[in-house]
Design a binder for this molecule. Structure first.
Ligand SMILES: [Zn+2]
Length: 326
C-alpha cells in the first residue's frame, strides 16, 4: 500500500527522515520559539495615489457551516470546498485589510479594523502599530470612511479605553448604515446584533458631529467614490478608486472568503442583514469585476487582499496580485 510516507520516500529517496543533524552540537542548542509576527503593511501605487494596506490582524469564523451556506448547502459541501482549496475545515481565519490612500492632498483610511476588542479574540487591534511601521502616524489621518458599521470595520477607531486612535479624523459612512446601527430599537434584536449595536452606539454617538453621512454614490474626494453594494448591511458601500487611468474596487464585505464566497456566491453568509440582496449584489459585483478585469481589494481575503476574479464553475476564482516593490 502506498502510504503518505512511502509516497514521499518514493519521490525523494530513502534518506528521508534519517536526521542528518540528529546529534545536536552546541550550535543546535534549543532556541526559544518566539511566536509573533511582523506589523503588516503593503504599499503600492494607483496612478498618483500612494496606497498602503495596513492590517488590524485577523479573526476566526467558526464553524464554517452554517457561517456559510446555511439552509442551502450541507456541512459536508462546505467542508469539501475548503478541503479542495487546502484549507482547514474547523475554522476560517479572515484578515482585516484596511487601506490608507494618500491622494497628495488628504490621507484617507478605508475601514479601521476591530481594534483591541475581546469580542473577536486576541488577534486584532494591530492597526496603529501597522500604520507606524509604515511611517504613518494615526494622528495624520484626515478621514476614516467605512464600508459599513459592523464592528470588524468600525470599532478600530478607539483603543481599549475608548479613546480616539485617529484624533484628527472626520468619519464618513452611508446615512443608512449610521441610522441602522445606532438605532435604539435594534437593541431589542437577539445577540450578536444587539451587542454590535450597543458597541457602535457607544463609539459613534459621542462622535456624531465628526461624521459625514453619505448618500448612495457619494464622492469622498476626487478619485474616491462610494458605490452602493447593499445586502451585507442595508447601507453597505464599496469604494471605487480611480487615478491616472488605474482603478481599484475596495469591496468591503461584498465577499467574505476567497474560496467559499467566490466559488458559491449564492451561499448565504451568516452576518448578511439581507441574505438574498447580499447574494444578488455579490454576484453582480463579481460579474462586473471579472468582465472589466477590475483589480479588487478584499477586506477579509488572504493578506494583503489584492487580486482579480475570473469566472470558474458555478462562481469565481481568485488570483492574488503579485507583490511589487516600490
Ligand atoms: Zn467584515
Amino acid at each position: 500500500m502506498l502510504t503518505r510516507r512511502s509516497g514521499l520516500r518514493a519521490a525523494f529517496g530513502a534518506s528521508l527522515g534519517a536526521g542528518l543533524l540528529a546529534r545536536p552540537g552546541a550550535g543546535f542548542a534549543a532556541a526559544p520559539q518566539r511566536g509573533g509576527q511582523v506589523a503588516a503593511w503593503y504599499r503600492f501605487r494607483l496612478g498618483g495615489f500612494e496606497c498602503t494596506v495596513v492590517s488590524d490582524g485577523a479573526i476566526a469564523l467558526a464553524p464554517p457551516h452554517p457561517t456559510f451556506g446555511a439552509g442551502v448547502a450541507t456541512p459536508e459541501q462546505v467542508e469539501q470546498a475548503l478541503r479542495a482549496a487546502f484549507l482547514a475545515t474547523d475554522s476560517l481565519p479572515v484578515q482585516l485589510n484596511c487601506l490608507v490612500v494618500n491622494t497628495g492632498r488628504a490621507l484617507i483610511l478605508l475601514d479601521a479594523g476591530v481594534g483591541p476588542q475581546p469580542l473577536f479574540g486576541p488577534g486584532t487591534g494591530r492597526i496603529a502599530q501597522a500604520l507606524r511601521a509604515a511611517g504613518i502616524e494615526p494622528a495624520e489621518i484626515d478621514l476614516v470612511a467605512f464600508t459599513h458599521a459592523h464592528p470588524d470595520h468600525s470599532w478600530g477607531i478607539a483603543d481599549a479605553a475608548g479613546a480616539d486612535i485617529f484624533p484628527n479624523a472626520r468619519y464618513a459612512i452611508t446615512a443608512r448604515d449610521f441610522a441602522a446601527w445606532t438605532d435604539e430599537a435594534m437593541l431589542a434584536q437577539p445577540a450578536p446584533i444587539r451587542d454590535f449595536v450597543a458597541g457602535t452606539r457607544a463609539l459613534f454617538l459621542p462622535r456624531r458631529e465628526r461624521f459625514t453621512l453619505m448618500p448612495p454614490g457619494a464622492e469622498l474626494v476626487p478619485g474616491i467614490r462610494a458605490v452602493p453594494t447593499p445586502g451585507h448591511t442595508i447601507g453597505h458601500a464599496s469604494f471605487l478608486l480611480e487615478d491616472g487611468g488605474r482603478r481599484l474596487l475596495v469591496l468591503g464585505d461584498v465577499a467574505n472568503h476567497h474560496v467559499l464566497a467566490l466559488r458559491r456566491p449564492d451561499w448565504p453568509f451568516a452576518f448578511d442583514s439581507d441574505p438574498a440582496l447580499a447574494a444578488e449584489t455579490r454576484r453582480r459585483t463579481l460579474e462586473m469585476a471579472a468582465r472589466e478585469r477590475l483589480e479588487l481589494l478584499a477586506y477579509h481575503f488572504p493578506w494583503p487582499g489584492l487580486g482579480h476574479v475570473e469566472a470558474a464553475g458555478q462562481g469565481y476564482a481568485w488570483t492574488p496580485s503579485p507583490w511589487t516593490w516600490g
